[in-house]
Design a protein around this ligand. Structure first.
Ligand SMILES: NC(=O)C1=CN([C@@H]2O[C@H](COP(=O)(O)OP(=O)(O)OC[C@H]3O[C@@H](n4cnc5c(N)ncnc54)[C@H](O)[C@@H]3O)[C@@H](O)[C@H]2O)C=CC1
Ligand SMILES: O=C1[C@@H](O)[C@H](O)[C@@H](O)[C@H](O)[C@H]1O
Length: 337
């Protein structure tokens, strides 16, 4: 077991700030040593009240700071690649928010760079694998409790999208989670993706066509579909229904306290991913820290980041063509088998 992790968090936006809070309050075995943001005021605000943490404006300064021995990357996806190489060069444990990189070619280069080091250092932030209900459905599938899994139906709904969220990001930033979840549930690679564009909401900004219907096939022929609807207004909802030979399992549906008051009855809808997956992020980050202190990783690998990037690439092509697009994958290196 190595020393406590002294983590540099790169990117102190919505997700980075959330991880900084959990690292400095709920996670054992790690501390925030540095926070980096091009917006230095944001980095400074993020370290308020954290003893021994410094705010910096450049990732290089953090990686070369002698007090840092681990990195959590929470910049926008297109900026991950450069920081990943630098952190690999330092041989630091890395937790990289999804997507690993936004396209398959760059993700494959990252896989090759890590493979050349001879050990796994990169864990990718697919937190749904750490959600209690996802884990439970995963066990039902693996243990064949209800016979063979036949189909998966996913709903992924966000209340709205941040500025600059493009049509491609519906696939690259949002459906990337379902690509990983389907691979996690089935233990198989995805072989093809098709995207159907139907009637669109008037609430979609920035040239987005919203919602979209994504149709997915795995190696053994499991069919999955995803309703991705990122300007759904009512709240944040991520749910799955799995059809088996001997039953149906639903996760992520309405839950929580059921209240009757002031002439109404019902529950609450979570406003965002921080609330819906808060516990899963905690488990994910703790698993990363515990594994990193043993010289290992504690979750999805760079291969998972690459394979999902290849699915995204097929998905973006399918968005444009409407055709079923095959997912092209290179051979999996021994390191990830
Ligand atoms: N696992 C999950 O459920 C979620 C993951 N994410 C992922 O987290 C990452 C960050 O997303 P958000 O926090 O939503 O974005 P954001 O836009 O809120 O934050 C990004 C931050 O990075 C900073 N930044 C930009 N360029 C930088 C650079 N060169 N060096 C240092 N800082 C820089 C920005 O100033 C900003 O503060 C993305 O990869 C995103 O896909 C985001 C939301 C949920
Ligand atoms: O990763 C996330 C965001 O980047 C993405 O924009 C959302 O659609 C996802 O639900 C969330 O988990």
């Amino acid at each position: 077991m190595t020393d406590i992790l002294r983590v540099a968090v790169i990117g102190a936006g919505r997700m980075g700030a959330d991880h900084i809070k959990r690292l400095s309050t709920r996670i054992h075995g790690a501390e925030v040593a540095a926070v980096v943001d091009v917006d230095l005021a944001r980095a400074q605000a993020a370290i308020a009240g954290i003893d021994g943490a410094v705010a910096l404006a450049s990732a290089d300064d953090a990686l070369n700071n002698g007090d840092v021995n681990a990195v959590l990357i929470a910049t926008p996806g297109f900026l991950h690649e450069e920081i990943l190489y630098k952190a690999l060069e330092k041989d630091f444990p890395i937790l990289c928010e999804k997507p690993l990189t936004p396209d398959a070619e760059s993700a494959w280069k990252v896989v090759q760079a890590e493979t050349a080091t001879g050990h796994k250092r990169i864990q990718v932030g697919f937190m749904r694998r750490f959600d209690a209900e996802y884990a439970a459905l995963g066990s039902v599938i693996r243990d064949r409790e209800l016979g063979e899994l036949l189909m998966l139906h996913h709903q992924h709904r966000n209340p709205d999208t941040p500025q600059g969220f493009t049509n491609e990001m519906l696939i690259n930033d949002s459906v990337v989670h379902e690509f990983d979840a389907i691979r996690f549930f089935t233990g198989e690679e995805i072989t093809s993706v098709q995207v159907r564009l139907g009637k669109a909401t008037r609430n979609a900004p920035n040239g987005q066509h919203d919602p979209q219907h994504v149709l997915i096939e795995t190696e053994s022929g499991v069919l999955a579909d995803v309703e991705i609807y990122v300007n759904a207004k009512f709240g944040y909802e991520v749910a799955t229904q799995a059809s088996f030979e001997d039953g149906i399992v639903s996760i992520g549906g309405d839950g929580g306290p059921y209240v009757r008051s002031a002439g109404r009855w019902g529950g609450k809808v979570t406003p965002g991913f921080e609330e819906r997956f808060g516990a899963a992020y905690d488990v994910e980050v703790q698993a990363w820290v515990d594994a990193a202190r043993r010289g290992e990783i504690g979750g999805p690998t760079a291969w998972d980041g690459y394979a999902t990037a290849a699915c995204c690439e097929a998905g973006v092509e399918a968005q444009k063509s409407g055709e079923k697009v095959a997912v092209q994958l290179n051979t999996k290196p021994e390191l990830y088998k």
